[in-house]
Design a protein around this ligand. Sequence first.
Ligand code: ADE
Ligand code: ZN
Length: 316
Amino acid sequence: MYDWLNALPKAELHLHLEGSLEPELLFALAERNKIKLPWNDVEALRSAYAFNNLQEFLDLYYAGADVLRTEQDFYDLTWAYLQKCKAQNVIHTEPFFDPQTHTDRGIPFEVVLRGIKQALVDGEKQLGISHGLILSFLRHLSEEEAFKTFEQAMPFRDAFIAVGLDSSEMGHPPRKFQRVFDKARSEGLLTVAHAGEEGPPEYIWEALDLLKIQRIDHGVRAIEDERLMQRIIDEQIPLTVCPLSNTKLCVFDDMRQHNILQMLERGVKVTVNSDDPAYFGGYVTENFAALYDSLGMTQEQAKRLAQNSLDARLVQ
Ligand code: ADE
Ligand code: ZN
């Protein structure tokens, strides 16, 4: 079944490039940049990948990103991810990157962007994988800081298709970013946002009504609000669901409790994605395989999920 799932043509619509930093590459970049790490080896780092919630993961994710310093580092990170896409028949990807994670450490915006974008362009040419890049704001920081990042991005406007919103959800509702999202839309950018991962259904309403998002990242808590479910179904608003992430971060205690197939059968446009594959135990195919192993996903359901991912692309 794994090989069959792997061969399905699919798009990945929820992937943080910084979350694809595998421990081996992390150690290699630390050595190249002469950075002393708090872990002795790859095994010690991997054993730290046990999380009780989103914040515990984010603390490690931001610490790991510190090894990314040069344009070549960002290129290598992105290229390694594209190789995984090729191996898993991901024919299109719309990855996020978090510029503030790097600019706040003194890495110039253009260093980050050039490395990532060059790899994505090479991926189109050499691997045949198309892309649309999404600039994501960190919601634990202020809207003013998001505006500053947006200004830094504007000279490179054409490198992006959309802006997004990620990081610590609780206590940082979408409404905090309404003005910067308005500004992004006025520049012709599309919008997406993480909502309803740990946060309540109200955050999904806000993301739809105030940030005017095209897609909901995660959104699994929508199931708690029937009126919201009806809207998502009626308007066919896609959800980028990340099953392994949700169990690693204890959004669901066990994969057998995951609601993705229940949503699929109700007519929600759900898709399967890997979020931060280096930290959560696998890429897109492993996420599909987990649904087969734990939820008894059929081949017909897998085909619909893969087709949803192709239909829900921001760039067609
Ligand atoms: N940044 C990276 N992964 C994330 C997630 N699952 N939720 C919020 N922010 C993130
Ligand atoms: Zn995410």
